[in-house]
Design a protein around this ligand. Structure first.
Ligand SMILES: C[S@@+](CC[C@H](N)C(=O)[O-])C[C@H]1O[C@@H](n2cnc3c(N)ncnc32)[C@H](O)[C@@H]1O
Length: 247
């Protein structure tokens, strides 16, 4: 069977090249704001749900927390394991290849962070709800779930577009369009004449829909922020960040 778009794109080196501006500095700034707002201390355990190459996990472990990171992309998990060893903080970190729609880690966490639009990838509502349900099963009582998601109002307002970006000598030609309630990016990569085609697809949920899914599972939404400084959400905010408590 052909791999789903999210299996091939995120496991390719080109994803990391195209999004290289989403770097450690951005991750560390956001984590610092979350630690202050959520009063996260060293004793708290944290699950980085869809951790990617671990830019948030590594920083949180360097602050003294025990962090588990799971992701479907085996290349990212290999990379972050090596990074943790290099930095001498591997005893604080655990990484595993898992599918966030169906995972069992046999432990519970104080905080679960789902960061940088790692939600809304799947064809069915049931699959997206399943991600939240498995998060719930891995949270301690009163545990906190953070979903850092795109601002669908801004994405819709920006409309469809096509453009080419050249990074490190590689051309990325991107066609962004809407289909049903998904925003889709078709990505053609031209690496010295070698062409590869990828896709990115995110369902455009409004806050109300995410809130309803969370409330149906027993969460209470505490905050809705619009950026990594945790500024108030506005229709043109760069992000839509939901903080919910399991009650
Ligand atoms: C936009 S990236 C964000 C990665 C990381 N949180 C960051 O901020 O750098 C989305 C991540 O979701 C992961 N992902 C996609 N589908 C997944 C699934 N079904 N289960 C677990 N992880 C998945 C991808 O492999 C990718 O690493």
């Amino acid at each position: 069977m052909e791999a789903a778009w999210f299996e091939s794109w995120f496991n390719s080196p080109y994803y990391h090249i195209l999004y290289q501006h989403r770097d450690d500095r951005e991750a560390e700034l956001f984590i610092d704001h979350l630690y202050t707002h959520l009063k996260i201390v060293k004793d708290h355990s944290i699950l980085d749900l869809a951790c990617g190459a671990g830019r948030h996990s590594i920083y949180m472990a360097s602050k003294g927390n025990s962090v588990t990171g799971i992701d479907l992309a085996s290349n990212s998990i290999e990379e972050v394991k090596s990074k943790a060893i290099e930095k001498g903080i591997s005893e604080k970190l655990q990484f595993q290849v898992e599918d966030m729609r169906d995972f069992e880690l046999n432990t519970k966490f104080d905080f679960i962070l789902n960061l940088f639009t790692s939600f809304g990838y799947f064809e069915t509502k049931a699959e997206n709800e399943s991600v939240l349900n498995y998060a719930k099963n891995h949270l301690n009582e009163n545990g906190i779930l953070v979903i850092d998601y795109l601002n669908s109002q801004l994405v819709r307002a920006n409309g469809e577009e096509s453009y080419t970006k050249t990074i490190s000598g590689i051309d990325f030609t991107i066609k962004k369009y809407f289909d049903r309630d998904f925003v889709i990016k078709e990505i053609e990569v031209n690496d010295q004449g070698k062409i590869s085609i990828f896709r990115e697809q995110v369902q455009l949920f409004e806050l109300k829909e995410i809130q309803t899914m969370l409330e149906n599972l027993g969460f209470q939404v505490l905050n809705h922020f619009g950026d990594y400084q945790l500024g108030e959400y506005k229709t043109n905010s760069p992000r839509s960040i939901v903080v919910a408590r399991l009650v």
